[in-house]
Design a protein around this ligand. Structure first.
Ligand code: LLP
Length: 414
């Protein structure tokens, strides 16, 4: 994995031994590679160079300020889904003219904040939302730039919880209602149409769902044009998968080829909203094994990280590779790597051949840069881990480990 490799038996992130980081920062700890982050954004930028394009990083994958600022300085925009994300993006210095705002449940307050900020566009998910945005904008003496999120009804062939472009999904406006909605948008006083939006799902590892969705979106853009409605942006969403195990997802280059070859004559810029494919393989979660416990049916390795730190295995049955921070000789065993949380669903690895492990060993849960820390919670009153960024020979704390005081902030005993 780019940025993460062994020197001898020891795992390094770029030029820093993981052991050294944990010695000073403790565990569990998220560690990211700056090089890996930069390389993954550059791959998109290079693939689309020559076409008017915004890479609007889907910051829900990892909203750490330093990561946002680093990507922003390289030219990325942001895809935000809440007032909180808009606040984070702006605090990190992401230019508002590169921010798009998606999500099915935007509130009046969030609409006002985004209108005040002057974002590039709202990605609208329903007819009622469109009407509300128009009212809010008019009340502020503004017009809101919008794209309608069209649901192309394409099966992304991924986990059902992260499929978003099927007919039965809550997201977007069904294709067969979309033209009518655009006509309505054109009539509303507080609305200015600037784009079309779609996003069909996450962790897509095949090219065919992208092709089908792009075909439908481009055909729809042409239909709009015939109806006198032009758009200056095609926002084609995110969703490109990464390698967790032995998946072979398409590359940004392959995606750009599919998109740009279909865009002829449309005269629109492209917006992409990658999240996972920017940060996923740029981070890992390091945990220390505390106890080994053998029952009649299973071997448990009990670690100091659990489902509150990384929920993907519990929630989606997601696979994350496991690398020892220091390789031991000998034979591994089949078992579960579990956390200290009081739930049977609290596991990071289940029924897998694990490397040889002794109590006290450090293990790296790989590909945890996306939807790792971002989905972490304080369940069981567990402070969330520190986040560390490695840049060449140096590492820096980009989020301090939470303290017990952080756990009770805002609470009081009356
Ligand atoms: N754009 C929109 C409108 C989205 O809803 C999402 C993700 C993205 C972009 C970014 O997708 P990506 O490039 O990261 O695949 N927690 C789940 C993933 C949920 C994705 C939600 N939406 C997981 O851990 O797998």
């Amino acid at each position: 994995m780019n940025g993460f490799d062994y020197r001898g038996n020891e795992l390094f992130v770029e030029n820093v031994p993981v052991k050294k980081i944990v010695e000073s920062m403790g565990s569990p700890v998220y560690i990211y590679s700056e090089k890996a982050l930069r390389d993954s954004l550059s791959a998109y930028q290079e693939a689309f160079s020559g076409h008017r394009t915004i890479i609007a990083y889907a910051m829900k994958a990892n909203g750490n300020l330093k990561i946002l600022s680093l990507l922003g300085k390289m030219g990325a925009g942001a895809d935000v889904v809440s007032g909180g994300e808009l606040f984070r993006a702006r605090t990190a210095g992401i230019p508002v003219e590169k921010i798009v705002f998606a999500g099915v449940g935007k509130t009046d307050v969030e609409m006002r904040e985004a209108l005040d900020a002057g974002i590039l566009m709202f990605n609208i998910e329903s007819s009622m939302e469109l009407e509300r945005l128009s009212r809010v904008a008019v009340s502020m003496g503004k017009t809101a730039p919008v794209a309608l999120r069209v649901n192309p009804d394409v099966d992304p062939k991924t986990h059902p919880y992260i499929s978003t472009g099927l007919k039965k999904s809550k997201f977007g406006i069904p294709m067969d209602q979309a033209l009518e909605e655009y006509k309505k948008a054109a009539r509303l006083p507080g609305i200015r149409i600037v784009g079309i939006h779609q996003h069909i799902g996450s962790q897509l590892t095949e090219i065919s769902p992208f092709r089908d969705a792009f075909d439908r979106m481009v055909a729809f853009a042409r239909l709009l044009k015939e109806n006198g409605i032009g758009v200056s942006w095609m926002d084609l969403g995110g969703g490109l998968g990464i390698r967790y195990d032995n998946e072979k997802p398409p590359t940004p280059k392959e995606i750009s080829h599919e998109i740009l070859s279909r865009m002829k004559g449309l005269d629109a810029g492209v917006i992409l909203e990658p999240g996972r494919s920017i940060v996923g393989n740029a981070g890992m979660l390091v945990t220390r094994v505390q106890y080994l416990k053998e029952t009649a049916v299973k071997m448990f390795y009990i670690a100091d990280a659990g489902m509150n730190d990384l929920i993907r295995p519990s929630l989606y049955g997601a696979f994350h590779d496991l690398w020892p921070v220091e390789k031991r000789s000998g034979k591994g065993r089949k078992g579960d790597l579990v956390g200290p949380v009081c739930e049977t669903g609290d596991f990071l690895v289940q029924d897998r051949e694990l490397p040889p492990v002794e109590p006290g060993d450090l293990l790296a849960v790989m590909s945890a840069g996306a939807y790792g820390f971002a989905m972490a919670s304080n369940y069981n009153a567990r402070p969330r881990p520190a986040e560390i960024l490695v840049s060449g020979d140096r590492f820096s704390v980009i989020r301090a480990r939470e303290t017990y005081q952080d756990l009770i902030r805002g609470e009081g005993i009356v």
